[in-house]
Ligand binder design. Structure first.
Ligand SMILES: [Fe+2]
Length: 469
């Protein structure tokens, strides 16, 4: 039996006492702007284990309040490599300034290691912060193993059941002036295409509703693990070139752009990078005043066991980036009011500001005004899931299509050659052509040399004499 006792309270907040049989429960009846103190008891027969007393606070739900809302944001935090970062995060949280933390994927390295002991140690490391403010999460590639089992059971997020099923690793909620979205980039890299479209359909509905509530939540901030854009050297990564890359970008960028997502926060690259407002690699402006496209931030340097991901060639859309200097750093998102937000990236050792920028937006809302999925107005073709953008799907399509195209081409070539009776074909692959009127056939090889087949062993493909023309 597990119970949570609210042992004290501040202000006019009510006392809540309840017990539950699950490790997950919903606290109801909480008032805004209160600090609650609580402890957790676990009883098994006569034995009772008890936690220390923690406290958490609820935010003040007032549209007009002056106090900015602050959020801690980072990704790629390891249980060992993150050791320098944990005490700083704890210190920040204990300052009482923050509403939530966002950990944008890649936990512990890895949660399932040593039969889950690594995950246990990681949760102990973050206990002092996660017990005080909501520890909000997004899944990363290091959580994929065993269908996200450790991720799904160790965390519980709103809008989805617990354990979180692999069919619903995405959610959203409103805090103050922001509609936050957590999406899973891993749907594009796991083996079930259906998750790509499930999430896409949900995102389309969620963003459509969020746009109807812009008067209450003018800002939309989306978080997902793998970045759509990066200028690191990691040429194998999804955000870095290649015909079989850009799954996340091709799968979601049009949707986020059309629906007016203001800020996209990502991780995965163990560095820090900020883009200008951009869409499809086009920079819309080299400032953040009323941006006409989403701004991308990659903050994946909280402490990965893999170290730093070095930067490569600078990209025209990249406004600021840091590799070595960013290692052991985290972000602070500050919502000042309806029109101004600020993002600060701060290093742990030394405690210093690495980056600091503001976004000013007076024109919140969707960016494609003529879009209406009900009436079929869909200039960017976003009303339907772009099913092609999925690793497994494209691999299968390419794996099947390419050999078929090659075989059909060869077959037709040989067939046409023979049908015309103009040539003999060697080895069923090389078709000869009658190039000269002399009474012999010639075959053109890549070497630019010509062979006289009359002096050629056609069965063993061994030239007996090389005739240079
Ligand atoms: Fe990652």
């Amino acid at each position: 039996m597990l119970s949570i006792d609210i042992v004290s309270f501040s202000g006019i907040c009510v006392v809540i006492r309840f017990s539950c049989t699950s490790v997950v429960t919903r606290l109801q009846g909480l008032l805004s702007g209160c600090t609650y103190y609580y402890k957790i008891q676990q009883s098994s027969g006569q034995e009772v284990a008890e936690s220390q007393v923690f406290n958490f606070w609820t935010i003040t739900q007032s549209q007009n309040k002056v106090k900015p809302q602050k959020y801690l944001v980072y990704g790629d935090l390891g249980q060992e490599a993150g050791k320098p970062t944990f005490p700083v995060l704890k210190e920040e949280v204990e300052s009482g300034q923050y509403e939530t933390i966002w950990h944008v994927g890649d936990f512990a390295y890895d949660l399932f290691d040593e039969g889950g002991k690594r995950g246990d140690h990681f949760l102990l490391e973050i206990e002092q912060i996660a017990a005080r403010i909501p520890y909000m999460t997004s899944p990363g590639n290091h959580e994929i193993q065993n269908s996200f089992h450790h991720y799904g059971t160790r965390f519980s997020m709103p809008g989805t059941t617990w354990p979180m099923p692999v069919t619903k690793l995405w959610y959203s909620y409103n805090i103050g002036l922001v509609h936050f979205i957590s999406y899973s980039t891993e749907v594009f890299f796991s083996d079930n295409q259906v998750h790509v479209c499930k999430q896409y359909d949900w995102l389309l509905r969620d963003l459509t509703e969020a746009n109807e509530n812009r008067d209450k939540q003018p800002w939309i901030v989306a978080m997902g693990h793998r970045p759509m854009y990066c200028s690191n050297r990691d040429i194998r990564e999804d955000c870095f070139g290649g015909p079989l890359h850009y799954w996340v970008r091709n799968g979601l960028e049009d949707l986020f752009h059309s629906q007016g997502v203001d800020l996209i926060i990502q991780a995965h690259e163990h560095s820090y990078e900020r883009s200008w407002p951009m869409y499809r690699e086009e920079v819309t402006a080299k400032n953040y005043i009323n941006p006409e496209a989403s701004v991308h931030v990659t903050s994946g340097a909280a402490g990965s066991f893999e170290g730093v991901d070095k930067m490569g060639k600078p990209e025209h859309w990249s406004a600021f980036r840091a590799d070595d200097k960013s290692f052991h750093s985290f972000g602070k998102l500050i919502i000042h009011n309806q029109t101004h937000i600020q993002f600060i990236q701060e290093t742990v050792k030394p405690r210093a500001e690495l980056d600091n920028f503001w976004i000013v937006q007076h024109n919140h809302g969707p960016r494609i005004q003529e879009l209406d999925c009900q009436t079929g107005e869909d200039p960017l073709n976003i009303c339907r899931c772009p099913a092609l953008y999925h690793y497994a799907t494209v691999s299968i399509v390419v794996g099947i299509t390419v050999p078929i195209v090659v075989l059909v081409t060869l077959f037709l070539t040989v067939y046409v050659c023979r049908k015309r009776g103009r040539c003999r074909c060697f080895d069923q692959t090389i078709c000869c052509s009658k190039l000269y009127s002399w009474n012999s056939w010639t075959v053109k090889f890549k070497s630019k040399k010509y062979f006289n087949p009359l002096e050629y062993d056609t069965y063993n493909l061994v030239a007996t004499k090389d005739v240079e023309l």
